[in-house]
Design a protein around this ligand. Structure first.
Ligand code: SF4
Length: 313
């Protein structure tokens, strides 16, 4: 991503007024898409479209109230150590792919390759993870070299920012029928896109531990497939496979794109619009989940649950 794109991607937060009420940010003049969207704008070409990203849709499916706090209200979230680590590792891998010189590496011994790849990662507190990535990349490099396909070793997309517009039909999700069809704006930064033969494979890098949650990660990759297929000038199609890599668990999966996940992802977009139409973003309180939520202290479900617990005691 360029600096300009990164700047555009940075959040604008809401703020508290003198009465202690939370004031949401409002879309800036000429903004093309926003989370502070109103369905009544749908037929006005001068108004912004609803912005949807992989993360915003994931947050919505996780908890609708959390989505409202985080994306519509734009309340700041606590920056956790896993978030700092995730950003650092993502930046390091992006730089690795930008800087690695295939011709230079081609004739190196495995020992030289290890030194060369290791030197392309910055010294940090996350050496264990960057060491796993180096070993993984050495293995990949060797496989591509042995198959004489080193021209496919580098990704064709590296932290690639894509934008697309898409028409969501009013009857797309029968559980959440809409009052009309809407055009929405999809946006995403895809970690890596690899070309294999005539096919393109989006790959997601995850810096946590692999927890066998295939549903969640498949939805993220389905979002990327939809984005790649609808972004004008992207040209990186067809997308018949997708994959994910967890260096901390040395876990890699590449699989055929699942039709059921694509359908579920499209239905989730309709469900999101339905929530805006009804201005209804309900809580879904579950202690194990909510204990990690940045908004637990202001969430009505959490406040009620604490009250119920104390009434019981
Ligand atoms: S505390 Fe739980 S129910 Fe409330 S916003 Fe957070 S995740 Fe949702």
């Amino acid at each position: 991503m360029s600096e300009e794109e990164k700047e555009e991607y940075i959040r604008t937060y809401g703020k508290e007024n003198e009465l202690g009420e939370w004031v949401r940010p409002v879309p800036k003049e000429g903004e093309e898409y926003t989370y502070q969207w109103k369905p009544s704008w749908a037929n006005d070409p001068n108004k912004p479209l609803l912005k949807i990203t992989k993360s915003s849709l994931g947050a919505f499916k996780w908890c609708k109230k959390q989505y409202e706090f985080s994306y519509i209200d734009r309340r700041p979230v606590e920056v956790s150590e896993p978030m700092i680590k995730g950003t650092f590792i993502h930046d390091s891998v992006e730089d690795f792919y930008n800087d690695v010189d295939i011709e230079k590496a081609e004739n190196m011994s495995m020992l030289e390759l290890k030194d060369y790849f290791t030197g392309l990662f910055p010294i940090s507190d996350y050496t264990e993870m960057s060491d796993s990535i180096v070993l993984f990349e050495m293995q990949r490099f060797k496989e591509f070299k042995d198959k004489k396909t080193l021209d496919e070793y580098l990704p064709v997309g590296n932290e690639l920012l894509l934008n697309a517009r898409m028409l969501i039909n009013e009857n797309l999700n029968s559980n959440y029928p809409l009052t009309q069809s809407y055009v929405v704006h999809l946006q995403g930064v895809i970690d890596r896109i690899f070309k294999e033969g005539e096919n393109y494979i989006p790959m997601e890098l995850k810096t946590g531990l692999w927890k066998d949650n295939k549903t969640g990660i498949r939805r993220e990759l389905a979002f990327y497939k939809i984005l790649m297929e609808n972004a004008p000038d992207c040209g990186l199609v067809p997308v018949n496979h997708w994959g994910w890599y967890y260096p901390a668990s040395n876990h890699l999966t590449v699989e055929k794109a699942k039709k059921a996940t694509l359908t579920a992802t499209m239905k989730a977009i309709a469900e999101l619009i339905y929530a805006y139409e009804n201005d209804d973003f309900p809580t879904s309180f579950f202690h194990k989940k909510c204990v990690h939520c940045s908004f637990i202290d202001i969430c009505p479900a959490s406040v009620n649950s604490t009250k119920e617990e104390s009434d019981w005691l």
